[in-house]
Write a protein that binds this ligand. Structure first.
Ligand code: T4K
Length: 379
């Protein structure tokens, strides 16, 4: 079985060594040495002042929302994983859905502008698929209206934008290090920021608000990353370049194999300075391909290729948002049309050239057969 999301695996021997150390020290969590080591490496790699490892990106986004002292409404894209709006709602705020740019799938600044009300306190952009948002436009809008900007960078570890690594934009950015991500710590994430005050607040909040052994100075939660997760991160960090290269090669192979398949458009990262290529994203044009994205997906599943229709059907069509009596559809035309067409293919270092050939051959065959069997008057 080939899976979208099959985890990247790093240097197993180094991981085992690190795990031995964890047992020898009998220090399993709470700001352990491996967590500190990984935080330092990430700061250096990203060129950012502060990195706080956390137990997941979802919790990281919640902490960010809380630490930024947001209120009222936060503008988010609907075309994202549901964790993005959930993190806002979990903090008692209202996510307001904006549309995306259909070519990049990232939040559309014009749509953001149209959603601003006197209750808006922030814009939460998502660098979807590792493609950076239009950060300059979003900044400009935020400055004009006195809003915060922060980013869900769950997909964008290793992405470079305007000469800087993602991690340096907005007041803070949150990476996901979930198993399915380019860089993983089994479960986990990181909040990164160049703001000293915010970093201090976040580090207290991550550990129940403890400032000393018996001194709690802030409302906090448990968002700590355990040592075993940091060990996984360190073992992958040592292979970062080869993982990048492997994903880029995979993407190139997919592109070469699929470029002449009618009705299949592979999203490219040509305009991005550097990215991790962890998402291989197709858009299926039903009339040209011969069948719908969904039919293609189910047939591929039958052939043992677990492709995914991320992020269908758009968060505004998921609970609790869809039952809140707001008709989002007229404002989210691109979101609805893109989410009906998108299909993600497997990549990462679980894939090799033979596996990619197999996936592409199946897509080519399924499309050809659908077009051949299509009724004569359908085009
Ligand atoms: N923001 C954005 C934009 C995100 O995409 C995400 C997460 C978040 C925020 C929140 O980040 P975290 O709080 O998770 O750090 C998966 C992941 O669970 C989720 O992290 C990810 N986005 C999302 C895009 O994908 P599901 O519901 O698709 O998971 P599941 O269990 O169906 O697995 C996905 C695929 O990966 C399957 O094909 C199986 C495969 N897989 C999965 C795991 C865990 C493996 O082959 N091995 C594994 O160990 O959400």
């Amino acid at each position: 079985m080939l899976h979208v999301g099959a985890p990247n695996v790093g240097d197993r021997r180094y991981f085992d060594e690190l795990v031995d150390g964890i047992f020898e020290r009998r220090w399993f969590t709470n700001d352990g040495v491996l967590v500190k080591q990984l935080e330092q490496k990430l700061c250096d790699y990203l060129g950012v002042k502060h990195c706080l490892l956390v137990s997941s990106a979802t919790v990281g986004l919640q902490l960010a929302c809380h630490a930024l002292e947001l209120a009222g409404e936060v503008i988010v894209p609907s075309f994202t994983f549901v964790a993005t709006p959930h993190s806002v709602r979990w903090e008692g705020l209202t996510p307001v859905f904006a549309d995306i740019d259909p070519s990049t799938h990232t939040i559309c600044p014009e749509s953001v502008r149209s959603k601003i009300t006197e209750r808006t306190s922030a814009i939460l952009g998502v660098h979807l698929w590792g493609t950076p948002c239009e950060t300059e436009c979003l900044n400009e809008i935020a400055e004009r209206h006195g809003l915060e900007v922060y980013y869900d960078a769950a997909h964008a570890f290793g992405t470079k934008h305007r000469g800087q690594m993602i991690g340096n934009f907005g007041r803070c950015e949150v990476f996901s290090f979930h198993a399915t991500k380019f860089f993983n710590t089994f479960e986990g994430g990181a909040i990164v920021t160049n703001c000293d005050v915010l970093a201090k607040r976040l580090s207290l909040m991550r550990n129940f608000g403890f400032a000393g052994m018996d001194e709690v100075v802030y409302l906090g939660t448990n968002a700590k990353m355990p040592e075993i997760c940091a060990a996984m991160g360190l073992s992958l960090f040592s292979c970062l370049d080869s993982l990048m290269q492997q994903n880029e090669l995979n993407h190139r192979l997919y592109r070469a194999h699929l470029e002449d398949v009618p009705g299949v458009r592979l999203l490219t990262y040509e305009s991005v300075e550097q990215t991790n290529h962890q998402y291989v994203v197709l858009e299926i044009d039903e009339s040209a391909f011969g069948q719908s994205r969904d039919e293609l997906m189910f047939q591929l599943h039958e052939e043992g290729v677990r492709v995914r229709r991320y992020f269908y059907p758009g968060c505004h069509r998921m609970e609790p948002y869809r039952s809140e009596g707001i008709d989002w559809s007229p404002h989210l035309r691109n979101t609805e049309s893109v989410s009906d067409r998108v299909l993600c293919l497997p990549t990462g270092n679980a894939m090799d050239e033979t596996a990619i050939d197999r996936v592409c051959a199946a897509i080519r065959r399924i499309g050809a057969s659908a077009r051949e069997n299509r009724p004569r008057n359908a085009s």
